[in-house]
Design a protein around this ligand. Sequence first.
Ligand SMILES: *[C@@H]1O[C@H](CO)[C@@H](O)[C@H](O)[C@H]1NC(C)=O
Ligand SMILES: *[C@@H]1O[C@H](CO)[C@@H](O)[C@H](O)[C@H]1NC(C)=O
Ligand SMILES: *[C@@H]1O[C@H](CO)[C@@H](O)[C@H](O)[C@H]1NC(C)=O
Ligand SMILES: *[C@@H]1O[C@H](CO)[C@@H](O)[C@H](O)[C@H]1NC(C)=O
Ligand SMILES: *[C@@H]1O[C@H](CO)[C@@H](O)[C@H](O)[C@H]1NC(C)=O
Ligand SMILES: *[C@@H]1O[C@H](CO)[C@@H](O)[C@H](O)[C@H]1NC(C)=O
Ligand SMILES: *[C@@H]1O[C@H](CO)[C@@H](O)[C@H](O)[C@H]1NC(C)=O
Ligand SMILES: *[C@@H]1O[C@H](CO)[C@@H](O)[C@H](O)[C@H]1NC(C)=O
Ligand SMILES: *[C@@H]1O[C@H](CO)[C@@H](O)[C@H](O)[C@H]1NC(C)=O
Ligand SMILES: *[C@@H]1O[C@H](CO)[C@@H](O)[C@H](O)[C@H]1NC(C)=O
Length: 790
Amino acid sequence: MRKKTALPLCLCLFKGKLCNISEPEKKRHKMHIRDQERSAMAIMFCFCLFHFLLFSALSAMARDVDLLISFKNSLANPSLLSDWNHAKGVCEFRGIACKAGYVSSLTIHELPLGADFSSVSAHILSIASLETLSLHSINLTGFISTPTKCTAQLKRLDLSSNRLRGSISDAASLAGSCPSLQSLNLSNNSIGQTSYHSCPVPPNLKMLDLSYNKIATNKDIQWLFSKLGILKHLDLSNNNIKGSIPHISNCTFLQYLDLSSNQLSGTVPASTFSNCLNLTYLNISSNHFTGNVPPDIETSMNLVILSLSNNNFSGENPISSLVAMPRLQLLELAINNFSGSLPHSISNLTSLEILDLSANRFSGPIPHSLCTRSVSSLKVLYLQDNYFTGSIPDSLRNCTNLVSLDLSLNFLSGSIPGSLGFLSYLKDLIMWQNYLNGDIPSELSSLKSLKNLILDYNNLTGTIHNGLVNCTNLNWISLASNQLTGSIPIWIGKLENLVILILRNNSLSGSIPQGLGDCKGLVYLDLSSNRLNGSIPPTLAKQSSKIVGGLLVVSWRFIQLRIGNNSQCHGVTTFLEFDGIRSDDLMRLPSTRYCNFLRVYTGSTGDILRSNISMLFLDLSYNQLDGQIPTEISAMQFLGILNLEHNHLSGQLPEKLGDITHLGVLYLSHNMLEGMIPSSFSTLSLSELDLSNNQLYGPIPERGSLITFPAYAFENNSGLCGFPLLPCNGSSISREDRSQLSSTNHQSSQSWQIALGLLFSLFFIIVFVIGQLLKQISVYFGCDYVSVLY
Ligand SMILES: *[C@@H]1O[C@H](CO)[C@@H](O)[C@H](O)[C@H]1NC(C)=O
Ligand SMILES: *[C@@H]1O[C@H](CO)[C@@H](O)[C@H](O)[C@H]1NC(C)=O
Ligand SMILES: *[C@@H]1O[C@H](CO)[C@@H](O)[C@H](O)[C@H]1NC(C)=O
Ligand SMILES: *[C@@H]1O[C@H](CO)[C@@H](O)[C@H](O)[C@H]1NC(C)=O
Ligand SMILES: *[C@@H]1O[C@H](CO)[C@@H](O)[C@H](O)[C@H]1NC(C)=O
Ligand SMILES: *[C@@H]1O[C@H](CO)[C@@H](O)[C@H](O)[C@H]1NC(C)=O
Ligand SMILES: *[C@@H]1O[C@H](CO)[C@@H](O)[C@H](O)[C@H]1NC(C)=O
Ligand SMILES: *[C@@H]1O[C@H](CO)[C@@H](O)[C@H](O)[C@H]1NC(C)=O
Ligand SMILES: *[C@@H]1O[C@H](CO)[C@@H](O)[C@H](O)[C@H]1NC(C)=O
Ligand SMILES: *[C@@H]1O[C@H](CO)[C@@H](O)[C@H](O)[C@H]1NC(C)=O
C-alpha cells in the first residue's frame, strides 16, 4: 500500500471510526475484506507508519546532532562550540536555524574554529536538510575537495574569508557535487592553484564569488568563461590574473561581471561582451588594458554600471560610443589616457548619476548640454586632472541633484557662476588649480549642505563674504593661493563642524578672530603668508584637551607636501585635497616648479579625523603678528607642527611650550623673541627646529633633542652659546658626548614615533614622517621627488 492513500486512511481512524471510503477507492485498493478486519489491519498499519515516521524523524535529527557533534570534536578547541551538546535540542545549537524541526541553516561568523575543510565536508555537508551553510571567517584551512555526499537541499554555501586552497576546478566540482547549489562564495581565500582539468560551471549555479583569491593566469578562468551556464553573478576581482581578457562564448544569463583589480592586459577585442545582453554591471577597472573602449560595448544596452577606470585605455572621444546606453547610471573612466572633448550627446545619458572622468587628457569646454533635461539625475561629476578649458557652464544650475563637483587641475577660466547656489544638495565644491577669477559668489550662502569648499590656486579676489556663515556643515575650507583681501570673518568661529581651514598665501589683513577658538573640531589651521596683524589669540587653544569623537568627515584623499628650500615659497608643508588626481600630475601644479614640492604623505581625511584631538597643525608664519606667544598654546597637547616664523613676536619663549609633548616641528625664526631658551625645551623630541634670527641668549640646553640640530637653527640671536654654536664661557660638552647624546635622542624619538603611531591617529605619523623626512631630504639633496606612502 502506498503512503499517499495510507495517510488519509490513518487520519480517519484517529477520528474514532472508519470513514466511508468511496467504492471506486475501495476498488482501487482492493479492500474487499470485511469492515472489522479492515479496521484492525488499518490500525496496525497506521501504528507502524506512525512509528516509522516518528522514528525516521528522530533518527534524522539524531544523525544531524551526531554529525554536528563529530564536527565539533574534530576541532582543536571543541569548547568554542560548547553549547553543541546532547543536552540541548539541535535547533538551539549556536548558529543553527531549523525549518519544521529540521536543521536548515548553519551560520558561524568570526569565530576561529581552525577547522579543516575535510571535516566540514565529511560532517556538515551531509546534513540532509541543510539549505544554507555560512562559515565566514572561521579560520577554515585545507584544500577544497569534493565531498563524498553533498546534501541535495544545499542552495547557498559561503566559505568566505578563510584560508582555503585549491584550484578553480576544485571549486567548480565542489559546486557540482551539490546538485541544488545556487550560490558559492569563496571570496578572500587562497584559491588559485593551476588546474589541469576543467570542470564546467554546475547547471544550477547562479552566483560565484572568487574575489580576493590567488588566481594567477587567464588559463584558469578561460574554461569558466566558455561554459558559464546560467551564472548571473561572477566576481573574480582582486586576484592576480595575468594575460588577456578571456573569450566569453555565451553570456546570455550573465548580469554581473567583476574582473577588476587584476593584471589583465592587452586590448579588449570587439564582440567580447556583445552577447551579454543582460549584463548590468561590468567592472574591469584596475588592470592594464590598452586600446580603445571595447568597440561594441554599446550593444550591452542594459548596462547600468560600467567601470573602466585605472587602466591604460586611450582613444579620442570614448563617450560618443557610450551614449547609446540609456540605462547607464554610473560611468567611470578615471585614470586612463582618454582624450578629445566631451560630446553634446552626453545629455542622452539621462539616467546618469555618477560620471567620473578624472585623470585623463580630455580637453575642450565642459559641454553646455550637461543637465539640460528638466530632471537631471547627475549626483557626482568628477572632471579633475584633465585639460578642460573655457568657463564653468551655467547649465550646471540645472544639475539640481548634484552632490559632488570636482573640476580641479584644469584650465578653466572666468568666474564661479553664482547659479551654483541653486544646487541645494551640493556637499563638495572643489575646483583648485584653475584660472578662475572674480569673487567667491555670495549665492553659495544658500548651499546649506556644503561640506568641502576647496578653491586653492586660482585668481579669486574680493573678500570672504559673510553668506558662508549659513553653510554650517562646512568641514574643510581651503582658499589658499588666491588674492583674497579683507579680514578673516569673525563668524568663522560659528562653523561648528570646521576641521580644516587653510587661507595661506592671500592678502588677508586685520587680526586673527578670537572666535576661531570656538570651532570645536578645528585641527588644521593655516593662515600663513598673509598680512595679519595683532596678537595671537590665546583662545585658539580653547578646545585643546577636549576630545570630541565622531566627527563626520567625508574621506577625501589628500597630499601633504614639503616645501623645498626656496625663497619664493614660504612655509614648511602644504596640504592639498588630492582625490582623483594622478600622483605624477602634481607636476602640473605651476608652483611645483619653484616650490620644489616633495610629496611626503598621501592619505585620506577620514583616517586623520576619526576623532578630534584638538589642534594638530598651526601655521601663522609670514604675517605681521606681534605680542607674545600665548602660554595657552602649550595646552595644545597634540600639536605636531607649530610654525610662527617671520612675524614680529616678542617677549620670552613660554616655559610651558616644553609641555607640547608631541611637537615634531617648531619654527620660530625671524621674530623678536628674547630671553633664554627654557630648559623645558630639552624634553621636546623635535625633528625640525628653527630659532634663528631672534634675540635669544644664554646656553642652549644640552640635554634633549636641541643639540641634534645644526648651527643655523640657532644663528643670528643676541647671545646663544653652547653646542652647536661656540661654547659658553668655560663649560661645554665635547663632540663625543654630543654624538652620544644625539644617538640616545634618536632612539627616544624612534620610540616616540612608534608610540604615537599606535596610540593616535595617522596624522602624527604624517607629522613625524615630515619631520624625519626633512632630515633625510637634506641628506638626499640631489633628489627632488621623494614619496612615502602608507
Ligand atoms: C587557524 O588555525 C590554525 C590551525 O588550523 C592555527 O595554527 C592558527 O593559529 C589559527 N589562526 C587563528 C588566527 O586562529
Ligand atoms: C562574499 O563574501 C564576502 C565576504 O563576506 C562579502 O563581502 C561578499 O559580498 C559576498 N559576495 C556576495 C556576492 O554576496
Ligand atoms: C546561450 O545559451 C543559452 C542556453 O544555454 C541559449 O538559449 C542561447 O541561445 C545561447 N546563446 C548563444 C548566442 O549561443
Ligand atoms: C570597480 O572595482 C574597483 C576595484 O576593485 C572598486 O574599487 C570600485 O568600487 C568598483 N566600481 C564599482 C562601480 O563598483
Ligand atoms: C599606456 O599607453 C601608451 C600608449 O597609448 C603608452 O605610451 C604607455 O607606455 C602606456 N603606459 C603604461 C603604463 O602601460
Ligand atoms: C535649465 O533647464 C530648463 C528646462 O528645465 C531650460 O529651459 C534652461 O534653458 C536650462 N538652463 C540652462 C542654463 O541650461
Ligand atoms: C543666513 O540665513 C538667514 C536665514 O536662514 C538669513 O536671514 C540671513 O540673511 C543669512 N545670512 C547671510 C549672511 O546670508
Ligand atoms: C601664492 O599665490 C600666488 C597666486 O596668488 C601663486 O602664484 C603662488 O604660486 C603662490 N605661492 C605658493 C608658495 O604657493
Ligand atoms: C592692523 O592693520 C590694519 C590695517 O591693515 C590697521 O588698521 C590696524 O590698526 C592694525 N591693527 C593692529 C593691532 O596693529
Ligand atoms: C643671519 O643674518 C645674516 C645677515 O642678515 C644672514 O646673511 C644670514 O643668512 C642669517 N643666518 C640665518 C641662519 O638666517
